[in-house]
Design a protein around this ligand. Structure first.
Ligand code: ZN
Length: 428
């Protein structure tokens, strides 16, 4: 796969005006469906999903602000962040006093346009740079928003890629942000290419489920329809978000911090990118809020690059195609591919075949001359045997003994071949 493919895909999707619902979402999913065979679903506005209700569909045709000379000073044709997402329609001259309460800027980032939403409270507004706001004369303006809120539907998509086992790995990502690259176009891109990779992977051990939803209301909707299924099948899952830049990796654990997804993510980070930032679940912010909520309690973690809310460009026009890169997207894709490789090769628990330390030297696995200290390779072997208690899988053991997953795999194979270790199916 040429590295540029991921970035080109991001560039293709970037301009579309996505929101919680609407045509930008459908266009996005249509383009994704050219790559992977997703199933697209429409859930009618007004449907109850747990404590929430699927909102009305939003259609935005055009929006601009005219000065007294009829000059367009803001136009969503130039940047779809210029409108408060889910703005109600307006077509009238408004006083400066009224208008200023509907204009949004970021004082600390004066040349960035903020991303603002008002999904559940009818409102209208424009977003602009603070510099532009400061340059505007305080006079009446003509506010024009051609939008429609109507009983339509919320769109989401999923794809189940079956493996030998019905045990599932969930990848969930969200598409509700308009032209914002790291949060979360990067998640859509990496999800699509991981699904492409898995579709070509022969002899898949596990089943993989990809979910494309609008954040929060979409994951709630998906869970309200599938959570019995997910609860019985999902052994590990990841929220794919903020995967496009090249800054230090970030790790968001599951609520317990000890599930399979945590162990796999930590192993992948330790092996490929040990300089990562380990966040607390208390700093959560994406769909793990739903997947890990009480009663749902799915084993979901997240590996990110710059975490949402933690980088200055977040939720602004600065989170654009210049902020992400081909390199960042490909590295993120590779780290999740590595997670998949761990999961595909982690379907056994290991148990030693004898009580006490096995007599290694009679099997030519131990030096026959006793020295002051063990060679590292011998110590690794003894450590792996020591933690092979029949209750632990290889990713757990490799984390405990500080070996890469590949090193642990190699030693386990040697010990199985020597008859010292047996593999057994996991109990759960
Ligand atoms: Zn966001």
């Amino acid at each position: 796969m040429p590295a540029s493919e991921l970035f080109e895909f991001a560039s293709q999707l970037f301009p579309l005006h996505r929101s919680l619902t609407g045509s930008g979402v459908r266009q996005t999913l249509k383009i994704i469906s050219d790559h992977i065979p997703i199933q697209i679903h429409e859930i009618p506005s007004g449907t109850s999903v747990f404590d929430w209700t699927v909102p009305k569909e939003w259609q935005i045709n055009s929006a601009y602000l005219l000065d007294k000379n009829g000059k367009k000073i803001i136009d969503i044709k130039n940047n779809n962040l210029h409108i408060v997402q889910y703005s109600t329609p307006i077509d009238r001259v408004v006083s400066w006093k009224e208008l200023k309460d509907h204009l949004y800027t970021i004082e600390d980032l004066p040349d960035a346009i903020p991303y603002i939403t008002s999904y559940y409270q009818p409102n209208w507004g424009f977003c602009l740079t603070h510099h532009q706001l400061q340059s505007l004369p305080h006079e009446p303006y003509h506010a024009f928003i051609d939008s429609r809120l109507f009983s339509g539907s919320l769109t989401y998509a999923d794809l189940v890629i079956p493996g030998k086992s019905t045990r599932e790995v969930l990848f969930s990502t969200y598409f509700c942000h308009p032209s914002l690259a790291n949060d979360n176009l990067s998640g859509l891109v990496v999800a699509t290419f991981l699904a492409k990779y898995l579709l070509k992977l022969k002899h898949r051990q596990l089943t993989y489920r990809f979910v494309f939803v609008p954040e929060t209301i979409g994951s709630l909707t998906y869970l309200s329809q599938h959570y019995f299924d997910l609860k019985t099948k999902v052994i590990a899952g990841f929220v794919l978000t903020c995967l496009g830049d090249t800054n230090t990796y970030s790790f968001m654990p599951s609520k317990t911090g000890t599930c399979l997804a945590d162990k796999v993510a930590l192993k992948a980070l330790a092996d490929l990118a040990p300089e990562y930032r380990h966040y607390s679940f208390l700093q959560r912010g994406s769909d793990e809020r739903q997947y890990c909520s009480p009663g749902i309690d799915l084993p979901i973690a997240s590996i990110m690059r710059s975490k949402y809310g933690e980088y200055p460009q977040y939720h602004t026009s600065k989170d654009n195609l210049q902020f992400i890169s081909s390199k960042g997207l490909v590295q993120s894709y590779q780290i999740y591919k590595y997670c998949i490789n761990i999961l595909e090769n982690n379907h056994h628990h290991y148990q030693t075949n004898c009580l006490g330390e096995p007599h290694m030297s009679k099997r030519c696995l131990y030096p026959t001359i006793g020295r002051r200290s063990l060679a590292p390779s011998t110590r690794d072997m003894m450590n792996l045997l020591m933690f092979s208690d029949g209750k632990s899988d290889l990713v757990t053991i490799s984390n405990q003994i500080g070996l890469s997953f590949k090193q642990a795999q190699k030693i386990a194979r040697t010990l199985v071949a020597a008859g010292l270790l047996k593999r057994q199916p996991p109990s759960n």
